[in-house]
Design a protein around this ligand. Structure first.
Ligand code: SAM
Length: 287
């Protein structure tokens, strides 16, 4: 293992692009599920990669974690029971637990090593893990959702790796059918849905599958994410009933969440879609 200052680089063949950080690798291990590496970067703090893909950095994870949680939590009238699928770095769980309405938050992560390494290198993301409302469960989210009782969850947050390997099934029709069944009548699902620039086809396929699975409507929101391919990321929200989302929290309640990126204006702005994205999503409406 070298501590020489060198570069971490993630290249994406499909887009002919790469993202690099000046960094030294300080840990690597192969788990039964994936290869995890920890890097100490010169300007982004620590960086975790899984199978060579960026997951979390100290410097910019707040963008992703806040936008994967607060817009959906703010769009649900009573988010009491929340389940995070994946999310082993615990940053999503931490943001969920900022909401006093949440009575229970269960994180279902397939790879316990992701969480143990996060406790070591990203302790600030794990500082709410001993909240009495939090449960850390280690197992497959697909099986967990199959076993979940009908109507038992208000909000499902799918904070997974890319749709390959153990996460592939988390982007499929059968999983979404289980999610619809496990959600309470006004339940919501939010899922990380990759880059609106590089992965528009995946996004439209996800929305199509969500509707086919029984969700009444789907929505897309987007935000910057420096370390992910293209630097621009998205989350998709599917609602079990109804066709529009109404924010529940006023600006004061949002301010109490103590966020760095998310606020009332960002909530509105994040759902405003570029023309080419809106056209692609309009084309699959009614499917
Ligand atoms: N923010 C990241 C991104 O968008 O690239 C995701 C971070 S989080 C570390 C992703 C987690 O999903 C990983 O820890 C991985 O182990 C977990 N995961 C993948 N497939 C899973 C499955 N089927 N069930 C539960 N967790 C899963």
């Amino acid at each position: 293992m070298t501590l020489d200052r060198s570069w971490f680089s993630e290249s994406v063949d499909a887009s002919g692009s790469a993202f690099s950080l000046k960094a030294a690798k300080i840990h690597e291990e192969q788990t039964p599920y994936q290869r995890i590496e920890i890097w100490k970067t010169e300007t982004f703090g620590y960086l975790m990669t899984i199978d060579g893909c960026t997951m979390v950095s100290t410097r910019d994870n707040f963008l992703y974690h806040e936008m994967m949680t607060h817009p959906a939590l703010n769009s649900h009238p009573h988010p009491r029971k929340v389940v995070v699928v994946g999310g082993g770095d615990c940053g999503t769980l931490r943001e969920v637990l900022k909401h006093p309405e949440v009575e229970s938050a269960t994180q279902v992560e397939i790879d316990e090593r992701v969480t143990r390494l996060s406790e070591q290198y990203f302790p600030e993301l794990c500082d709410k893990n001993d909240d009495p409302r939090a449960t850390l469960f280690f197992g497959d989210g697909i099986q967990w959702m199959k076993d979940a009782p009908d109507g038992s969850i208000d909000l499902i947050i799918i904070d997974s790796t890319d749709p390959v390997g153990p996460a592939e099934g988390l982007f499929g029709l059968r999983f979404y059918v289980d999610c619809v069944r496990a959600l309470a009548p006004n339940g919501l699902l939010v899922q990380q849905s990759e880059s609106p620039l590089l992965n528009l086809e995946l996004i439209t396929e996800m929305h199509e599958a969500m509707r086919k699975a029984g969700f009444a409507a789907t929505h897309l929101l987007h935000f910057p994410q420096t370390i992910y391919p293209s630097g621009w990321w998205s989350a998709s929200i599917a609602q079990k009933q109804g066709d529009s989302l109404t924010p529940r929290l006023d600006a004061d309640a949002i301010a109490r969440l103590d966020t760095r990126y998310y606020n009332a204006e960002i909530h509105q702005a994040a759902f405003a879609l570029p023309t080419y994205v809106r056209t692609a999503l309009d084309a699959i409406k009614g499917v």
